[in-house]
Design a protein around this ligand. Sequence first.
Ligand SMILES: N[C@@H](CCC[C@H](N)C(=O)O)C(=O)O
Length: 283
Amino acid sequence: MDVNFSKMEGLGNDFIFMDDRTGAIKTHLNYPDIARRLCHRHFGIGADGIILILNSHTEDIRFRIFNADGSEAQMCGNGMRCFAKLLFETGIIDRPEFHVETLAGRVTPKVFFDKENRVSSVRVDMGEPALTPDKIPFTGLLSDAVSCPVTVGDDTVLLTPVSMGNPHAVVFVPDIRAMDVEKTGTPIENHPCFPEKTNVEFIEIVNEHEINMRVWERGAGETLACGTGACAAVVASHLNGKTGPEVLVHLAGGDLSIYWDKKTNHIYKTGPATFVFSGKICL
Ligand SMILES: N[C@@H](CCC[C@H](N)C(=O)O)C(=O)O
């Protein structure tokens, strides 16, 4: 069957969007297979994941994301900004702020405009972080919830487990450029302490308001940015007394502004969303 798609990116974290509100794609094909095939950088379109636009019974619209390896994730922060821009600009949603059903619960994006009335940035109410072992899920030693020792090969790594609907392990390092992100990230991603695997963020503190981050993503490898990861990193940095609750996160693909509103416990993430191209592919 021929399927229309749009490719978009948020700070270089790139996604292929498909509208399956009629259910036609799901009737003929399987989403994990489509993700593996289309995300391939040499044999496909190339992306970190695919995102489906779907009907919701509880919210304005429903969002599902599959990583490049075909695994389904609960949420995606960069993908959500692109989703909001695409839905607003194509007229699928006609309000700048709306509610989205995800496997991580309700997420609320709001689009902002430039002088030409084009979407310039998107702020997303990402909901509340979760820190309890059952919610992450994390089965390791939690004597001190913000620095859990995990054995990786011959080393012990101290990490902070955080859920933003999807699991994250935040590791503080002195210099992110010196990191072999794949070498350290892979065993943490697949560590038995994380029964659903985990995304891994390597964080270098710049000052109270800025951090540098590199990320090893569950199901996708090293990416240029991770929105849920940036939120988890700010939660971990603040809980460890290294930053305030409002932080600019510098990633390989650009910057994200993260604000943890301690009164409501909600996290707000603001950043760009960019259309790359659209097309039709025979699946
Ligand atoms: N890049 C995303 C997160 C995508 C899902 C993640 N790999 C997972 O499996 O949880 C983001 O911007 O949040």
